[in-house]
Design a protein. Structure first.
Length: 173
């Protein structure tokens, strides 16, 4: 597995690389990737490390987490690093996609995309890139409409917010 210095340089990257390595070795990449989609787990500064660890342990069966992810979340909680979870999830998804030969596209839209829209977007991006694309969808109502796509260092911004800002600047000009 190739790990760029950029991924390894961050704290979340080191944790994500460790989790991905465990998942790969156990042939559980898909299970771990699914289990990481646990947005219900929110970090609170009012919860101690031991309480967070107990909460993760108690929630794991309810959330249907695979054993690797459950243990890993316990490690994050014990180390007081649950605040890094969002970044760890992003990096693990990137590593898993690369492992499967996919490119990760971070897609932000004003409203949640339905399955048909996601499939159409995947098809268009696959045609453009020549390889499979995994979509990480986010919602940002401030975009007003349209979509912003990040593919590595490339960004395609077709949001209404950006178009209005560009028009406002042109009118000032």
């Amino acid at each position: 597995m190739e790990n760029s210095g950029g991924i390894q340089a961050s704290l979340a990257g080191r944790y994500a690389t460790a989790l991905f390595g465990l998942a790969r070795d156990e042939r559980q990449i898909d299970a771990v990737s699914r289990s990481l989609d646990i947005r219900a787990l929110v970090t609170s500064p009012l919860i101690s490390r031991s309480e967070a660890g107990k909460a993760v342990g108690a929630l794991s069966p309810t959330l249907g987490l695979d054993p690797i992810t459950a243990r890993f979340l316990g490690v994050l909680a014990d180390n007081g690093r649950l605040g890094e979870l969002k970044q760890v999830i992003r990096v693990v998804r990137k590593l898993a996609g690369e492992h499967r030969g996919e490119t990760l596209a971070e897609v932000t839209s004003a409203h949640a995309l339905d399955d048909g829209q996601v499939d159409a977007l995947k098809s268009k991006l696959k045609a453009r890139l020549g390889r499979d694309v995994a979509i990480q969808a986010n919602v940002d109502p401030s975009l007003l409409g349209g979509i912003v796509i990040r593919l590595g260092s490339q960004m395609i911004d077709a949001s209404i917010k950006t178009k209005l800002n560009t028009l406002a600047l042109a009118m000032k000009g």
